[in-house]
Design a binder for this molecule. Structure first.
Ligand code: ADP
Ligand code: ZN
Ligand code: ZN
Length: 724
């Protein structure tokens, strides 16, 4: 006899087949079972979602049979499937796409028998298995982080208070703690208590970037391996090899991993005994997936916590305004949905501002024209180097100059395929488009008029590194040798290993001045750095993206937090800002290390403008050969939706609560000859927005196949977008 099942399969995003498909099996299969099924001409991995209604007798022969079952694998839990369903629904994607993206890719190439063998071997001897990926506790020393043994730690009063609240309340919690205030210690202690109390419980710890996992892994290893074994801690992120990822996923799914450290993908990992979720640096934009299902791992963590009854602990020195607002107590006019835990002081500091660097603003309008580094800053860098200390210089532009230009005929290095300039990279004398990748040799003369005197406009990290070498030529280190300058950005590091090696050299004191993009400002512990400078931070003050100030503030606070993290040298450390707006409120708040003041001002402005967290946004995006076609699709989508949904009694009230904005080109409107446009959809009601978006899905699918929208390349919905 046949059993009818629905199976989530990776249907193409634009097939319009969002829901699980029906298959036949010769025996009953539990929901959550992982199977192989035919799909078109291929055989694909799928997840049994539930029982299906028996098809009409004449249709039954067309229902295809399940091809194989991964018998050795325990089925995915109900709450995991609920999480996937929510993710797909909320972010407007196909269920199968989300489900399969959450499984390790290598499962696709394994047979059921192979998996069963692997799992059996894994479960029987994982702790002792020599080939199993071991984490290197020694890299703790390389990172410069001190790792006091758990027993020797006396918690600060703030830490004790935070931990007591985490013990007593359900959460979610927002741990608002300065860099170095001991947040990681709070995460580890909360985890420790959980694991001790509940012998099955699992904890998930999320970090924004892969390159931050080694430091964190080392600390968790040192703390937990002695008691729970090294196998109990696994890392799960997209930088692993397929085999490593499968192993880590199996450890999480089987419950043998008690602690999973990961990046955003890990929020969807199968963890049957999940009881604690930590989201470190919760404000970080890399928690938002930027393609496919554009989910926010931070928001999903909160959802998942509530779903499975796990405590959720969000931590940051500069929380997202969403989390800050959510944690504003009702007494202060906020929703009080999260419980805010506050740790203002650095460990070892007497007062909240002790150990924080002094912020110095240089008014660039008072400096020599065209100065890359203002003379007082240059002198300060020189002094640091002379004392054997390190300096960190931030400039958020790679390459030597953002564009080349001919002063005679106005030719510029515009990319022929994108609405952007190609960046001049002097090192290999290329012009490179950072959007489409087009790379060409720098022309010897202007391609239009033959002028050999091409000018470089603007400056990038390469130029900064080169010019610094000249500017610091006379500076001597304590041993009489010249200053050593290095650069870390996406060009200087090809791959994780190289980045780690470069960072390790800097940590080890082999370099004096580090020039880099924002990638170096995040999470790294630079304790010999006593001077951090933002070379050109102003652009974000006036950007059209309403989140740009929030990002700038977080970046600068975080960069400042890198300086002199140990309180001993903290008193002498400085953060310099080269700006033309030294009195800007953002910089004033930064100088006072006053995130709450910054947040209050931003929230007031957002409330006034009806922006998140006081409203909910979604972007409808379209890409086409012409800007006209992209915008036409969006406009047609709005008209169709408004017309169709208004006629539906159940939807018309939701529709009334939703505002549609005109279709506009993206800031970089053309990339690789594809024109991009977007339409903002906004509502004060999340539910109303969700209902309208879901109702739009089928309309968009059919609109896309209409002949007048033939030239459309693709469309997508971005819910809770980061940039608008
Ligand atoms: P954060 O995560 O907030 O930046 P960490 O947890 O990394 O802060 O703590 C900063 C430093 O202080 C680390 O070297 C950590 O080992 C140490 N530390 C944390 N809590 C304590 C404590 N209670 N006593 C002594 N050292 C501590
Ligand atoms: Zn010219
Ligand atoms: Zn290009």
């Amino acid at each position: 006899m046949s059993h009818w099942l629905t199976v989530a399969v990776p249907t193409p995003a634009h097939s319009g087949l969002g829901m699980p498909l029906t298959y036949r099996a010769c025996r009953a299969l539990a929901a959550g079972s992982i199977v192989r099924v035919p799909l078109g001409k291929r055989e694909v991995l799928g997840v049994v979602w539930g029982a299906a209604q028996p098809p009409a007798p004449d249709l039954a022969p067309q229902v295809r049979p399940v091809a194989g079952v991964f018998d050795g694998l325990p089925p995915l839990a109900t709450d995991w499937r609920q999480l996937i369903e929510f993710t797909a629904r909320y972010y407007q994607r196909a269920l199968g796409e989300v489900a399969l993206a959450a499984l390790p890719p290598q499962l696709r190439t394994q047979t059921g028998a192979q998996m069963a063998r692997r799992l059996k071997r894994y479960l029987s001897d994982a702790p002792a298995k020599p080939g199993h990926e071991r984490l290197d506790a020694a890299c703790c020393a390389a990172s410069g982080a001190a790792c006091p043994a758990a027993a020797s730690i006396v918690h600060s009063p703030e830490q004790s208070r935070a931990l007591a609240e985490i013990e007593q309340h359900g959460g979610p919690f927002l741990l608002f703690g300065a860099t170095g205030s001991g947040k990681t210690e709070v995460y580890m202690h909360a985890t420790e208590q959980l694991l001790a109390r509940d012998t099955l419980a699992q904890a998930l710890v999320l970090v924004p970037e892969i390159n931050l996992t080694p430091q964190l892994q080392a600390r968790f290893m040192q703390r937990f391996a002695p008691r729970h074994g090294a196998h109990a801690i696994v890392a799960l992120h997209s930088g692993l090899t397929p085999a490593q990822r499968l192993t880590a996923w199996l450890a999480a799914h089987s419950g043998s991993a008690r602690i999973v450290l990961g990046t955003r993908v890990a929020v969807l990992a199968s963890m049957p005994h999940l009881r604690l979720i930590v989201v470190d640096e919760e404000h970080d934009s890399s928690y938002k997936q930027q393609e496919g299902a554009r989910y926010s791992a931070r928001d999903l963590a909160v959802y998942r916590g509530r779903l499975v009854g796990a405590k959720v602990l969000l931590g940051s020195a500069t929380p997202s305004l969403e989390s800050w607002y959510a944690s504003t107590p009702a007494a202060d006019g906020g929703p009080g949905r999260y419980r805010r835990l506050v740790m203002p002081r650095r460990i070892g500091a007497e007062t909240a501002d002790a150990g924080l660097p002094r912020v110095r603003r240089i008014d660039m309008s008072q400096q020599p024209k065209g100065a890359l580094i203002a003379p007082p800053l240059l002198a300060a860098i020189g002094q640091r180097v002379a004392r054997g200390q390190q300096a960190l210089l931030l400039l958020n532009r790679r390459g030597w100059a953002p564009q080349l230009h001919c002063p005679d005929c106005d030719w510029s290095s515009a990319c022929p395929h994108c609405s952007a300039y190609r960046v001049f990279h002097k090192i290999d004398r290329t012009l490179r488009c950072h959007h489409c990748g087009l790379t060409q040799r720098v022309p010897r003369a202007c391609p239009v008029c033959g002028n050999v005197d091409l000018g470089a406009w603007g400056r990038g990290t390469e130029q900064l590194e080169e010019r610094l070498a000249d500017l610091l030529a006379d500076v001597r280190r304590p041993d009489g040798t010249p200053a050593r300058i290095t650069r870390i950005d996406a060009d200087s590091t090809r791959g994780q290993d190289q980045l780690q090696a470069q960072l390790a050299r800097f940590h080890a004191g082999e370099m004096d001045v580090l020039v880099g993009t924002q990638m170096i400002a995040k999470g790294h512990d630079f304790r010999r750095v006593t001077l951090v400078a933002a070379v050109q931070p102003d652009a974000a003050l006036f950007a059209s993206d309403f989140r740009a100030p929030e990002r700038l503030f977080a970046l600068l606070m975080q960069a400042a937090g890198r300086a002199g993290r140990d309180a001993a040298s903290g008193a002498a450390s400085e953060m310099w800002l080269q700006t033309r707006h030294p009195r800007h409120p953002l910089y004033e708040a930064l100088a006072a290390h006053d995130y709450p003041a910054f947040a209050a001002a931003q929230l007031a402005a957002r409330a006034q403008a009806g922006l998140p967290p006081f409203s909910y946004l979604a972007l409808l995006r379209a890409e086409a050969r012409t800007q006209l076609a992209a915008q036409a699709f969006l406009t047609a989508a709005r008209q169709t939706a408004q017309h169709t949904l208004a006629g539906d009694a159940a939807l018309s009230s939701a529709l009334e609560q939703v505002a549609w904005y005109p279709a506009v080109p993206l800031t970089v409107q053309r990339v690789a000859n594809i024109e991009r446009a977007q339409m903002l959809i906004e509502s004060a009601s999340r539910t109303a927005l969700q209902r309208v978006l879901s109702a739009c899905q089928p309309l968009l699918h059919s609109l896309r196949s209409a002949p007048e929208h033939r030239t459309l390349v693709r469309w997508a919905i971005d819910v809770d977008p980061l940039g608008v």
